[in-house]
Structures are given as structure tokens and as C-alpha cells.
Design a protein around this ligand. Structure first.
Ligand code: FMN
Length: 188
């Protein structure tokens, strides 16, 4: 069973990445995409024009579609992204711009209603926050996007919060989260 691990963590000793790895250990083999190494470009005027032209022709052979194809064919998806500025790092938004491709991850019917084309049975969103975690502009957005447009209705949030608060023991919070939210659970 192939899991796609989308790693939007930035720091070398990322705690979000550690939390995600506890989950990945349970899920089995995975294919990792490190967004900070990938250097995906946002949709500039040129890239948008190229993509629209190819999409209209139904020609998805260009490398501009590689990430969308990978995402659409994954059986399970794990996204790891630290809680930044009430949301997640910009590279994750750039990744989303690159994978939202009509004809690969989503299609619209004649009434403008989107239908998902992605195979994934489940998507996990793993995050850690320095203070209190707020899902509204990170996890809730991802959940709506993949559920409504990509056809992945089963999503789960795994998070650890308050890691940077004075007087809090980040290591303890992390290990308790791994124990209670990951190790003690049955996944399939
Ligand atoms: C650029 C940046 C923005 C951040 N914004 C927030 C924030 O809005 N709220 C919060 O609680 N913590 C915020 N933090 C703290 C991180 O959420 C916290 O340290 C997290 O555990 C980092 O994950 P990591 O160890 O995987 O890098 C921010 C940290 C950075 C570097």
C-alpha cells in the first residue's frame, strides 16, 4: 500500500516531522516529497498560460503535472506542516497550486459541481504549534479542499500544541501525543 508523505517541515530537527514519522511507522512503506528541496514554482503568468493550454488539449505529459499525478494516485497521504502564522508554510500552498489540476485531481460537471479524481482512501494532517493550535486556516482548509474537490472525504488531524510555551515540556507533550494519538490506535 503506497503512502505519499508530503513533508512541508523546514527546521532540521522539526518536531512535526518526528510526529509524522511515528504515524508513518504505522502505515508502512512511503514515498516522501520534501517541499523545501523540491522548489516548486508558484503559478506565475507564464506557468498558468502553459498549464491552461496543456489542460485544454488534455495533454498531461509535461513535467508541470508530475506532482498532481503522484497525488492523485497515492493510496494514503500524510501531510506534515508546522503551524505558521495561523496556517502552514507557503511551500505547502505552492504545492497545492501545482496539484490542483482539472482533469487529474478534480473535474467539474456541466453544473459546475466538482468531482474528485484522487484515489486516496485517507489523508492525515500532522502539525505542531508553539502556542495553542487553531485549525481554521490550515487543517480546515485542507479538509475542505481535499474533501470537496479531490474526493478524499476521510481526513484526520494529529497535532501537538503549546510546544514553545514557557513552563511546558515539549518532549513530554510530543511523546504523549505519539502514545495517545498514534501508538495506541488501530489504523486499519
Ligand atoms: C515562521 C514561524 C511562524 C510561526 N507561527 C506560529 C503561530 O502563528 N502560532 C503558534 O502557536 N506558533 C507559531 N510558530 C511556532 C511553531 O508552530 C512551533 O515552534 C512548531 O512546533 C514548529 O514546528 P517544527 O518543530 O516542526 O519546526 C511559528 C514558528 C515559525 C518559525
Amino acid at each position: 500500500m503506497m503512502t505519499l508523505y508530503i513533508n512541508a517541515c523546514v527546521r532540521p530537527k522539526s518536531r512535526t516531522n518526528r510526529l509524522a514519522h511515528a504515524l508513518l511507522d504505522r502505515l508502512g512503506d512511503f514515498d516522501e516529497i520534501r517541499l523545501d528541496g523540491l522548489r516548486l514554482e508558484p503559478m506565475t503568468a507564464e506557468r498558468l498560460a502553459l498549464r491552461t493550454e496543456l489542460m485544454t488539449k488534455g495533454d498531461f505529459s509535461d513535467p508541470i503535472f508530475d506532482q498532481a499525478k503522484k497525488f492523485a494516485s497515492a493510496e494514503h497521504i500524510v501531510i506534515a506542516a508546522p503551524f505558521w502564522d495561523l496556517s502552514f508554510p507557503a511551500e505547502l500552498k505552492t504545492y497545492i497550486e501545482n496539484i490542483f489540476v482539472v482533469g487529474l485531481t478534480s473535474v467539474y460537471d456541466e453544473n459546475g459541481v466538482p468531482h474528485g479524481l484522487c484515489k486516496a482512501k485517507k489523508l492525515w494532517y500532522v502539525t505542531t504549534a508553539g502556542g495553542y493550535f487553531d485549525p481554521r486556516f490550515g487543517y480546515d482548509y485542507i479538509k475542505e479542499l481535499v474533501g470537496h474537490y479531490f474526493g478524499i472525504s476521510d481526513t484526520e488531524l494529529i497535532y501537538a500544541e503549546c510546544l514553545d510555551l514557557i513552563g511546558k515540556d515539549a518532549e513530554f507533550i510530543l511523546s504523549e501525543t505519539i502514545k495517545n494519538k498514534i501508538d495506541d490506535k488501530s489504523f486499519f
